[in-house]
Design a protein around this ligand. Structure first.
Ligand code: ATP
Ligand code: MG
Length: 325
């Protein structure tokens, strides 16, 4: 027998906009939480554009960003993990975040995911400032993070993992009273999402532990999609994968655009990143120092910005001497 859903989880789930009746309404399923549907008309988007100084800035004038982080800072005791990180993510954009080890990428992503509280700065989704008190605030704002350990349960199947923690209760009143979940419904909806993303999973009944790293990564991404998230954050999604698995994951990331999803992805692999991203933001020593449109840059420029051989776009960067190796 399938595990019963936790009542509080189910209650929260049913309040969501994602499931209607027995069919999947894609416009709803892939939509945003209604709370975030109307941008604040008072939002000053010039401030947003000012924070992005790369060649991608032209893109900024066309529409307001889905997500905007301004002057985010974080210190751990004496260690300053983030000095000043500003970033804007456009609608249906894949935005790469790059930087050397310790540049502050993961810290920045954790702040955007609500896992770590920032000491300063603001985060806005569709023009509305989000007060992040924890990961649930980020999820409510439509932000889903795929963690490196993926948080999948090895002994459960693909569809059980897709619904993990948000199981659908049976529509049969008796079973519902007994807190039993609707296995068939969840299986069907999970299969729909997986096929819409061209995720190839061997069989419904195969436990996740027998899947490849790539399939597991795709599954975690699909989960974000099923829950109607509009922003997916990926921290080095292909770091531990082989060539074919990597290709599968990159394809799924590219595919997310078709579903109205914007992506922030951290990677050390420039070639891969340039093949999927629209823009790349470079971080150095806890600062976001430059944003470039992938069409208008080359890998050597990005590498130069990462190492300090090329100064960034910030005023203090331009006046500073290039770093010596
Ligand atoms: N919990 C923590 N406590 C103390 N210092 C931390 C903590 N987390 C991060 N740091 C420090 O903050 C800085 C930025 O770390 P972060 O993990 O964000 O870098 P990164 O860009 O993700 O690096 P990598 O490419 O190696 O993953 C580093 O100097 C790191 O040692
Ligand atoms: Mg990291």
């Amino acid at each position: 027998m399938f595990a019963a859903a936790h009542p509080s989880v189910h209650h929260r789930f049913n309040e969501g906009p994602f499931i209607r009746g027995t069919h999947v309404d894609k416009s709803v399923k892939f939509g945003l939480h209604p709370k975030y549907e109307s941008p604040d008309p008072n939002m000053d988007h010039m401030t947003v554009q000012d924070t992005c100084r790369g060649n991608g800035a032209a893109l900024q004038t066309e529409m307001s960003p889905v997500l905007e982080a301004s002057h985010v800072a974080k210190r751990y005791g004496a260690v300053v993990a983030l000095h000043d990180a500003s970033f804007s993510l456009q609608h249906k954009e894949v935005h790469g975040l790059v930087g050397d080890n310790g540049a502050g990428k993961s810290t920045f992503l954790k702040i955007l995911s609500g896992v770590v509280a920032a000491d300063a700065g603001t985060i806005a989704v569709d023009g509305q400032t989000i007060h992040m008190r924890g990961p649930q605030d980020a999820m409510d704002a439509g932000i889903e993070t795929v963690y490196q350990d993926l948080a999948l349960v090895d002994t459960m199947t693909a569809y059980q993992n897709v619904y993990l923690g948000r199981e659908e209760l049976s529509r049969n009143p008796v079973k519902r009273w007994l807190n039993l979940v609707d296995d068939r419904l969840m299986r069907r909806r999970a299969a729909e999402v997986l096929s819409s993303l061209a995720v190839r999973i061997p069989s419904d009944n195969v436990p996740v532990k027998s899947m490849s790293g790539g399939q597991r990564q795709c599954l975690a991404i699909a989960r974000a999609l099923l829950w109607g998230r509009r922003i997916v954050i990926l921290d080095e999604p292909t770091a531990a994968l082989g060539v074919r698995e990597t290709e599968q994951v990159l394809e799924v990331i590219r595919d997310l655009r078709k579903h109205d999803v914007s992506v922030i992805v951290v990677s050390h692999n420039m070639q891969q990143l340039m093949s999927i991203a629209d823009r790349v933001t470079v971080m150095r020593l806890g600062r976001t120092i430059a944003t470039r449109s992938v069409r208008e840059t080359e890998i050597p420029e990005i590498v130069g910005l990462i190492t300090g051989a090329i100064p960034g776009d910030l005023r203090e960067e331009r006046t500073a001497e290039p770093a010596t190796p």
